[in-house]
Design a protein around this ligand. Structure first.
Ligand SMILES: [Zn+2]
Length: 129
């Protein structure tokens, strides 16, 4: 499990999302807070019966599970890892590094998992420097 430094994450997050389209910022916000519309969170707020991943029995569908470990998205994750290397297994890297953004967006779009909420998530207007 990656340990996240909240303050560092907050600062880099504000900088990172400065040039983001609104929908992309909402996606990042939800992934970062763990309030993404995945079953673990949806279960917490009474929106779904089970906190478990729709593809994995007895595994809670957390942001971590969705991004890093669910075998159902293996193909999409393989593309992400090809592009980013070992850093692709760090949630803080994925959510704070501008180099990760286009690949993370592609992963989320290709997974189709958050489509009902976020639709096709747009890429950043231009990479922040
Ligand atoms: Zn799963």
């Amino acid at each position: 499990m990656n340990r996240l430094d909240p303050e560092l994450l907050q600062r880099s997050f504000v900088k990172l999302t400065a040039t983001f389209p609104k929908r992309l910022t909402s996606l990042y916000m939800s992934l970062r807070t763990g309030h993404a519309p995945l079953n673990k969170y949806l279960h917490c707020i009474g929106e779904t019966v089970s906190p478990h991943c729709p593809h994995c029995q007895r595994t809670e569908e957390t942001v971590h599970h969705f991004l890093l470990s669910c075998p159902f998205y293996q193909r999409e994750r393989h593309i992400l890892i090809n592009a980013l290397g070992r850093k692709a297994s760090s949630i803080s890297f994925l959510l704070t590094d501008p180099n990760a953004t286009p690949h993370l967006v592609r992963y989320v779009n290709a997974s189709g998992r958050l489509k009902t909420i976020f639709g096709e998530v747009p890429l950043p207007h231009k990479p922040p420097d």
